[in-house]
Design a protein around this ligand. Structure first.
Ligand SMILES: Cc1ncc(COP(=O)(O)O)c(C=O)c1O
Length: 433
């Protein structure tokens, strides 16, 4: 029987309500019929039901996608169980200390990098800060590559100014330079696999061997290479740092960072600091990163191939003074790249335009398919001018030491068709010439 069939004729007629029910002046004959029904003992009331939805147990099947545990706090059945969870370091009780979706990301990236364990952060800078602040104290010494990411350089400069941490910058390719820089107070050698934006490639195994002789741990920012192209832990590093915002996540919709550890002792030291620092990952950000990572190998393959192709075409263009990409025979670290990056030189190409800073400005504004944007590693092609953006913290001397010229333009090659990209870059080069 339909609802219309069962309803009394007068109740469904909006125009003609029963006279007694709508008349405010005259109470219904039977007032007690509107009183709430007596509450059954033990049955939660609506206010309570609204905050305690039922738990659906899944049996006989399992979700194929990673479940999103967005909740920040977990409940326990006994006071003892909660007290034990507090000290175990592994249990889930409060998401700043650990969350199942975030843990899935940490385990996934630790496995990809060949590490024992990993920590996830709200951004790449969260990971960089946690590693530096976790391992370096006032009066210590750090050896860092001169062309580190601008934000990392800013943290090192701040540590030097406020904590008296001495930093010696090295090229990243010369073992004697690292040997000469070592001191009894050296606590860390900090490198990038492929440097931003120069695409210089660090000689990880050679430099890590020098640091190991001195008992100094090595941290490597592997953002540009991703574990698909290089696994620094296999080459002697102790910690790998990522801005997951870039290639790992890949879709310009999430900020994230990770630090992967070879050794549980270093993990413990950094974690101890990190949980108090509070730069933990939101579970949804971890979930988005995990979703993006499923296509990492396909994206990386296409981006490396297109970047190498475009780098070769750019190198032959009259408006271009110099091009740097690890796959080019002219690259200063070609031999190192051949050893460490056999699967490809990454998706970033750095270009010095013949017309200097003004040509760079015209070029980044003239692209149509590519976007003028400071990030990298995205499925879309992005172009930017490092001297005025990612490396604005560096003065002229530091910029020159990092190999960044006034007209250097960085191109992060996406997954679009390479011919469409070339048409776009070529028309922008014509305007910049
Ligand atoms: C090499 C490298 N490391 C670290 C970072 C910092 O990452 P995030 O922006 O996710 O904090 C960046 C950002 O561009 C980067 O390029």
């Amino acid at each position: 029987m339909s609802h219309a069939d069962s309803a009394p004729a007068d109740a469904t007629s909006h125009g003609s309500a029963p006279a007694d029910a709508t008349s405010h002046g005259s109470a219904p004959a039977d007032a007690t019929s509107h009183a709430p029904a007596p509450h059954a003992a033990g049955v939660p009331r609506p206010e309570t039901l609204a905050v305690h939805p039922p738990h659906v147990e899944i049996t006989g099947s399992r979700p194929l996608g990673v479940p999103l545990h967005q909740g920040h706090v977990f409940a326990f059945d006994s006071a003892d169980a909660l007290a034990t969870a507090f000290t175990s370091g592994d249990a889930f009780l409060y998401s700043r200390l650990g969350n199942p979706t975030v843990r899935t990301l940490e385990d996934a990236v630790a496995r990809l990098e060949g590490g024992a364990t990993a920590l996830s952060f709200a951004s790449g800078m969260g990971a960089v800060n946690a590693v530096l602040l976790g391992l370096v104290s006032s009066g210590d010494h750090v050896i860092a590559q001169s062309c580190v990411y601008g934000g990392t350089y800013a943290v090192l400069t701040d540590l030097a100014a406020r904590w008296g941490v001495d930093v010696t910058y090295v090229s990243g390719t010369d073992p004697d330079e690292v040997r000469a820089a070592l001191r009894p107070t050296t606590r860390l050698l900090y490198l990038e696999t492929i440097a931003n934006p120069t695409t210089r490639v660090s000689d990880l195994p050679v430099l890590a061997a020098v640091a190991a002789e001195a008992g100094v741990p090595v941290a490597v920012d592997n953002t540009f290479a991703s574990p698909l192209l290089c696994r620094p832990l296999d080459h002697g590093a102790d910690i790998v740092v990522h801005s997951a915002t870039k290639y790992l996540a890949g879709h310009a919709d999430v900020l994230g960072g990770l630090a992967v550890f070879k050794d549980p002792e270093l993990y413990g030291r950094v974690r101890h600091h990190a949980v108090e620092q509070g730069a933990s990952t939101d579970p949804f950000a971890a979930w988005l990163t995990l979703r993006g990572m499923q296509t990492l190998s396909l994206r990386m393959e296409r981006q490396c191939a297109s970047a190498a192709d475009l780098a070769a075409r750019l190198a032959a263009h009259p408006a271009v003074e110099a091009v740097r990409h690890p796959a080019l025979a002219s690259h200063p670290d070609r031999e190192i790249a051949a050893r460490l990056l056999p699967r490809g030189g990454g998706g970033v190409v750095s270009v010095d335009l013949a017309g200097g800073r003004e040509a760079g400005r015209v070029f980044v504004e003239a692209v149509r398919l590519a976007s003028l944007s400071v990030s990298l590693g995205d499925v879309k092609t992005l172009v930017m001018h490092p001297a005025s953006t990612s490396h604005h913290q560096l003065d002229a001397t530091a910029l020159a030491a990092a190999g960044i010229g006034p007209g250097t333009v960085r191109i992060s090659v996406g997954i679009e068709h390479v011919e469409d990209l070339w048409e776009d870059l070529e028309q922008a080069l014509r305007k910049a010439a």
